[in-house]
Design a protein around this ligand. Structure first.
Ligand SMILES: NC(=O)c1ccc[n+]([C@@H]2O[C@H](COP(=O)([O-])OP(=O)(O)OC[C@H]3O[C@@H](n4cnc5c(N)ncnc54)[C@H](OP(=O)(O)O)[C@@H]3O)[C@@H](O)[C@H]2O)c1
Length: 222
């Protein structure tokens, strides 16, 4: 595959034994303290954390770091029509350490950006389609100086990256539950590939086993 100008992307998630990252009601409390510590350590090593609008609306995460000293990083939210609440934690919580970038499409009128910009948020408008054009966005982020991104879901955004083969590495924790539910969010949503041969393949390079939990690490097969 021809390499494109983009940051190194690590997909990080905790999923159930049956491949769900949340229950049908959106409960995603799958990690224990040990796993959170590992995720937070990984956050100290990247330039940015990225999530989709669905994760902001369901979990209202701060996307900050506990447990470690660090220099901070960008929080990047994909929100095509700029609709996340101004009261979201990613806007109100500690932008001086974790500056927030919201990525929208070019369809959002410029007067609607001001409310967010007044709260210190940087807006990047990319693509005029229904959703943010991820390939173009990654190239812009790389030129902006962001060399590594921890992609923390959810399933819909994960699919957009997988579909275009933009994931370099995966860190996946399997938590000891089976939650079921056709409507529960899977690690990767979207329409999926028809053939195994068309799907991106990953090489397993690390397995960590501890009581109840397993963490698997993969790299994209070149
Ligand atoms: N266990 C875990 O590790 C973990 C981690 C993260 C999230 N979660 C769970 O995952 C669930 C949320 O997942 P989700 O699939 O509903 O939402 P999501 O992937 O967080 O966000 C998807 C939304 O992002 C926006 N978006 C903008 N551009 C996009 C693009 N190019 N491709 C894809 N999305 C784009 C779209 O909304 P617009 O079109 O309106 O912009 C889209 O609906 C929550 O329940 C959360 O708790 C679990």
């Amino acid at each position: 595959m021809k390499e494109i100008n983009k940051p190194y992307v690590i997909l990080s998630a905790a999923m159930t034994i049956d491949g769900k990252i949340a229950t049908i009601k959106g409960d995603s409390e799958l990690s224990d303290k040990t796993d959170w510590k590992e995720v937070h350590k990984l956050r100290t090593q990247v330039d940015a954390i990225m999530v989709g609008k669905g994760t902001i609306l369901k979990d209202n995460p701060k996307l900050h770091i506990k447990y470690y000293n660090h220099k901070g990083y960008y929080r990047i939210i994909l929100d095509s029509n700029l609709t996340i609440p101004l009261e979201s934690n990613v806007i109100t919580f500690r932008q001086e350490i974790y500056p927030t970038i919201i990525c929208t499409t070019e369809n959002v009128p410029s007067n609607e950006l001001k409310m967010y910009e007044d709260k210190g948020v940087k807006i990047i408008q990319v693509g005029d389609g229904k959703r943010v054009n991820i390939k173009k966005l990654l190239s812009i982020l790389k030129d902006f100086g962001i060399n590594s991104i921890l992609l923390e879901g959810g399933g819909t955004l994960n699919w957009s990256f997988i579909e275009k083969n933009l994931i370099d590495e995966i860190r996946l924790t399997i938590a000891p539950w089976i939650v079921g539910g056709k409507e529960a969010t899977s690690l990767v949503e979207g329409i999926g590939f028809e053939k195994i041969g068309s799907a991106p393949r990953f090489d397993l390079f690390d397995v960590k086993i501890r009581t109840y939990y397993i963490t698997l690490s993969y790299k994209r097969k070149k």
